[in-house]
Design a binder for this molecule. Structure first.
Ligand code: SF4
Length: 367
């Protein structure tokens, strides 16, 4: 049982349909399976959650794939971790959203939504195996606004076949017309176990991907959405508090299938096997991070942020000065202008070469 106030993530492992590119842990929704999952989840929740959460994030899969009755039961359980004023996010697939579910979310204090818009082109959505149209995203946004949830983020995907720069720009404009507070931008990665992988579909080459990324970057920034993480852009004050906890390498508890947790120097990965989960065998793996691995992970996560790695937090956590631990690497990266130190934060000057910079940190023997 964890009693310290922690960020809480819960994975709902069901989708009404499976998208052609998706490798998240998901199962085709059935009421019977979802009921059995919910009973196992109830047990896991009350075994582990002895705190009021710093933030709550319900992801998946698709939380809104649950029937209204099961969604209500599920939200009743999660209410036990809620306290006034926290950020409470739910991922929504427009395919499985209606007024009853919107009202349920509002009644259970949800105050932020992350909506899978993906593309505003109905032909592209169909190619990706999405069963909704752009008009359904608009209807989702209208319902959220009507019940009073006006803080929503839109997910946008690029680098898939048939997409053109013109259709991408059109998606950006149509997405903007929905007045979100936040955008998350993803490039397609082809994972095994997906239909795209089996069909041999390839994403764009690196240069083309960079062109799309820069197009989106310029578009968001010119409309007041500031980049605060490699793939995330927000109006001022609407950055995702929950995801910032991950990137600042603070503790979080993940519940249900495939969810990960980080509590102090331990990482836990839950099983992806639904039958095992239903039997109460939640955990698949537990790793104790040694100091060096943990320090590197904190740098790897923090450097994704425009604010960078908080050097004071690093010192508090490890009792060492990052500038000393990574002295040789830092000297090199500071002198070639790849990174800078500002207000006690180590900041990457060019996020497009972040991976190269991280390799330098990884390769240095500490001290
Ligand atoms: S992309 Fe989302 S809705 Fe589609 S299969 Fe994956 S988790 Fe389900």
């Amino acid at each position: 049982m964890i009693t310290e106030k922690t960020a809480l993530y819960i994975h709902v492992p069901f989708c009404e349909h499976i998208c052609h590119y998706c490798d998240f842990c998901h199962f085709r929704y059935s009421d019977d399976l979802a009921k059995r999952w919910l009973e196992a989840f109830r047990k896991e929740f009350f075994t582990k959650v002895g705190f009021k959460a710093r933030t709550i994030y319900l992801g998946g899969g698709t939380p809104t794939a649950l029937s209204s009755e099961l969604l209500a039961e599920f939200l009743n359980i999660v209410d036990n971790a809620y306290s006034d004023g926290i950020e409470y996010t739910v991922e929504i697939n427009p395919e499985t959203f209606d007024r009853t579910k919107a009202e349920l979310l509002k009644a259970h204090h949800v105050n932020r939504a992350s909506i899978g818009l993906i593309s505003a082109d109905d032909g592209e959505l169909s190619l990706l195996g999405r069963r909704h149209l752009f008009v359904d995203v608009k209807r989702t946004v209208d319902l959220l606004n009507e019940v009073g949830i006006d803080n929503y983020s839109l997910d946008i995907l690029y680098s898939f076949p048939t997409q053109t720069l013109t259709s991408f720009k059109n998606t950006l404009h149509r997405a903007l017309s929905l007045k979100p507070k936040h955008f998350s931008l993803y490039s397609l990665t082809i994972e095994e176990n997906t239909l795209f992988y089996k069909k041999g579909i390839k994403p764009f080459d690196e240069d083309t991907e960079a062109e799309y990324y820069e197009t989106a970057y310029d578009f968001f920034e010119s409309h007041g959405y500031k980049q605060y993480e490699v793939s995330n852009f927000a109006l001022s004050g609407y950055e995702s508090k929950h995801n910032l906890i991950y990137w600042r390498y603070e503790d979080f508890l993940g519940l249900s299938l495939s969810a990960s947790s980080k509590i102090k120097n331990r990482r836990f990965d839950n099983t992806r096997d639904l039958n095992a989960y239903i039997k109460g065998e939640y955990l698949q793996d537990e790793i104790i991070l040694d100091k060096k691995d943990s320090e590197f992970e904190m740098i790897m996560m923090g450097m994704r942020l425009n604010e960078g790695v908080d050097l004071r937090a690093f010192k508090r956590r490890y009792g060492e000065d990052l500038k000393e631990v990574y002295k040789k690497t830092l000297l090199r990266l500071l002198s070639d202008g790849s990174v800078r130190i500002e207000d006690d934060h180590l900041i990457c000057n060019n996020l497009e070469i972040l991976n190269t910079i991280l390799v330098e940190f990884m390769d240095q023997d500490s001290k």
